[in-house]
Write a protein that binds this ligand. Structure first.
Ligand SMILES: C[S@@+](CC[C@H](N)C(=O)[O-])C[C@H]1O[C@@H](n2cnc3c(N)ncnc32)[C@H](O)[C@@H]1O
Length: 228
């Protein structure tokens, strides 16, 4: 079966962009969960990368606010073409999350509503790529559906059932490595994107702010230290 990342690269990325092009034009930074978290914690990145950045609308706001160098990674050719004409200060790279053609590292990496479409064969490669692209001491923002269990839903825009939406807590993968520390989780309602303390589990989304700290979580111990 064709990997679903290829299906998004070939057609579904463009189709998502076509469906959402109008809504993206009315983007209000004040309502955006990743930007709210950055504001709340007074993060001031000098460089930021977003994976699955669409036309770069969020990065353009980050560039305007902080004068940061911003790099957008996106599969959809249409989204990239639109972004290049609309936001000339955003650098666009057409590529996939599991193999990002960028060598530098960043103060902030954002992955908002992308993980749920990553082919399961490429999930850990994607995690490794994100980790590679983030400085030690940098911040990772992950937004996605936030059920209590692992949930798989057929992607309703493709009736063939060849694409699934995988809903789970993606921050856990990073946290369980011991290399990331949770700064904050904000929950909200999927349709309105507004914070909602009583949102039902099926409608709940979560936006995580994590900090990468490679050494600081280890407690030194001399006990059982003779392992050769
Ligand atoms: C639901 S949209 C979210 C867009 C944006 N991040 C936001 O917060 O609104 C998912 C985006 O990720 C892109 N995408 C899907 N799979 C991807 C992959 N494997 N690598 C990079 N981008 C991907 C899609 O083309 C689309 O632009």
């Amino acid at each position: 079966m064709e990997a679903q990342d290829n299906i998004f690269a070939r057609s579904e990325g463009d189709r998502w962009f076509e469906r959402n092009r109008g809504a993206l034009q009315t983007f209000n930074p004040a309502d955006d969960m990743p930007l709210k978290l950055m504001e709340f914690y007074e993060l001031r990145p000098r460089c930021a990368l977003e994976i699955g950045a669409a036309n770069g609308f969020r990065l353009a706001a980050i560039q305007r606010r902080f004068g940061a160098r911003v790099v957008a990674v996106e599969l959809s050719e249409e989204a990239v073409e639109d972004g290049k004409s609309r936001f000339p200060l955003v650098t666009f790279v057409r590529g996939t999350a599991s193999s990002v053609p960028v060598q530098e590292t960043f103060d902030i990496v954002i992955v908002n509503f992308v993980f749920h479409w990553i082919d399961r064969l490429n999930l850990l490669r994607t995690v490794a790529e994100i980790d590679r692209l983030l400085h030690d001491g940098g911040f990772l923002i992950i937004g996605d559906f936030y059920p209590s269990n692992y949930v798989q839903v057929p992607y309703h825009h493709l009736p063939t059932g060849s694409v699934q939406t995988y809903k789970q807590n993606y921050a856990e993968v990073f946290l369980s490595s011991g290399l990331y520390h949770p700064v904050c989780l904000m929950t909200a309602h999927h349709a309105s994107k507004k914070p909602d303390a009583e949102v039902s589990e099926g409608e709940r989304i979560g936006t995580w702010l994590l900090r990468k700290e490679i050494q600081s979580h280890y407690i030194s111990s001399e006990i059982n230290g003779n392992h050769g």
